[in-house]
Design a protein around this ligand. Sequence first.
Ligand code: NAD
Length: 506
Amino acid sequence: MSLTHPLTLPPEARTVDHVSMFVDGEFVPAAAGATFPTVDPNTGETIAQVPRADGTDVDRAVAAAKRAAIDWQFTDTIARAALLRALAGLVTANADELARLEALDSGHYLSKAQDLVGAIPLWLDYWAGLADKVGGRTIQVPGNKLSFTLLEPLGVTAHIVPWNYPLLVMVRSIAPALALGNTVVVKPAEDTSLSTLKFAELVKEAGFPAGVFNVVTGFGSEAGASLAAHPDVAGITFTGSTETGRTVAKLAADHIAQVNLELGGKSPTIVFPDADLDDAVEAAIQGFCSHAGQVCVAGTRLFVHTDIREEFLTKLTDRLRSTRVGDGFAEGTEMGPLVSQKQYDRVREYIEIGKTEGTLYHGGGRPEGAPEGGYFVEPTVFVDVPLDARIAREEIFGPVASVHSWSTDDELVEAVNDSIYGLFALLLGSDIKRLLSTARRLQVGGVMINDWFGELPMTPHGGHKQSGTGREEGLEAVHGYTQVKHVSVNLDPSLRAGTNWVDAPL
Ligand code: NAD
């Protein structure tokens, strides 16, 4: 596993000069003037100083969003959709710069960041198209009455975003929020603010009214907690760890805000005995090595049928040996660094724990030739790991997998479901009845069968159990950004003439 190319990005392209937050249509520093550094995880070097927002900045952003909500909720849907489409066009026109910032700040290798940015317009277009197609319904009630519902925006929505997919995770929630008439305040993760702030420039250029879209940058315990606790925030979409999700849900409960929680996972990749093993190996590696394992749906528990275990492990390690891990700006890189020193230390600690809980089968070290100072870890595989081991139960968020063998389907389902998480499962095999019956029995929010994990704007994404509540994407996401108002109209000439009353209790 070695770095095969020298750095191809010139040093001057690895820094960003001027970084401001976006509040009420203007780029501004934090009110207190505080900043914090954001670093390139490939080198550990500082890229830029980012404004460190506190409660005062959050108050300003929420106040701006609240003012803007008065008009935005009644802005007609054609106009809202046109703005979203204009924004999609600007994202495409600025894709190179967005991808550079995403790669620099989050450690996605450049071609991956380009793919991700290239997909962003799909979400904006999807919700632009739906803006005028979702609504309430009429209800058949007794008597001469017209009864119907209106689907209305919540008002100000907060979007608290993790660092692993800064743009995609932000856009997948702000697109429905804006399309359906909400105004938004985004809080990117402290490690990855840069692409979101570039996106804010494009929002301004597209012509969105001031205050409709705002970004406050800063730490979770300061800006994030102030935003979640703000009484004028009516809805919160939080994407991040289960632990922080719990805190955010408690803050939201104090002012009864609606909450969507997209949380962590410990997802299984399940290999049936009749699977194509070459495909299964590729899918398994994508599952736990994509973005260096920093993916909510990462398949970090490999359940391999006992009949094919040895062959699968041989093929897996052969393929892992040729996986190119290194600088995200070098050509041919297949896996970049972890996002930060903190995440690097966390993953290294889990690798040490794994050595005491099971047998290290592959990796465990630092990739040969990886740039000094960067947060690189080899793809790592453990075997002989008990199902109750910490590395088999806790979300590591790094390229670390444990392999578990199984014999019967019942045993498999019981082992997979024995988890606090329930985000996602990947099933690989040939017997479609067996695959589908397993899919039905798993306690997860999403199943892929003989497929890569891929997120799309039209398919719902979210978790069961402690992996979350609510759904992003697809028509299901409408509920997260709207509330229902029931309207009843008496069509009789007088109030009490001839209707079947069910009186409201007095
Ligand atoms: P995190 O929970 O540490 O942080 C997420 C966001 O919450 C950041 O913006 C952070 O600043 C903010 N935050 C932290 N403390 C806060 C507080 N007290 N109040 C309000 N906000 C606070 O998560 P992370 O480490 O950035 O991201 C990794 C986690 O995200 C993993 O658990 C991963 O599974 C999860 N994730 C889930 C999905 C999904 O769709 N289910 C997608 C991506 C990531």
